[in-house]
Design a protein around this ligand. Structure first.
Ligand SMILES: [Zn+2]
Length: 124
């Protein structure tokens, strides 16, 4: 670990505690799925179908980005529950990772503040 992650004081201790608590329970969900699940309605194009007049057929889809390109995967209705759970697991993981990095940013800010108070060549 570099020097930049070692600010002192209560706020720093709290940020560090939060970070390590997160790191302890963060586990990559191996079956996690990217993006988000949504429901759309599409017309099948058959003139005799009820959808020609109405809302269209419901279709669940998983939308995600792959290297800057938007991808859409149609999801069978009976898969929706499981896919939703896998999307949620991946989202929680991403949020957790984001929190870790935010805690690091807080520590970086504190370190900067604390260094500012010290004499330039006094290092501990
Ligand atoms: Zn139709």
């Amino acid at each position: 670990m570099g020097d930049l992650t070692r600010p002192k004081g209560d706020q720093a201790a709290k940020a560090r505690q939060k970070k390590f608590a997160l790191l302890r329970r963060l586990e990559v969900p191996e079956d996690g799925l990217p993006g988000s699940l949504s429901l759309s309605y599409r017309r099948c194009g058959k003139s005799y179908c009820h959808c020609a007049e109405g809302e269209g057929h419901p279709q669940w889809q998983l939308t995600y980005m792959e290297r800057g390109k938007k991808r859409v995967e149609a999801i069978p209705a009976d898969w929706v529950e499981e896919v939703r759970e896998r999307v949620d697991r991946a989202r929680s993981f991403r949020e957790g990772v984001g929190e870790v990095f935010l805690a690091n940013a807080e520590l970086l800010g504190l370190e900067k503040k604390q260094r500012g108070k010290k004499k330039p060549n006094k290092r501990t």
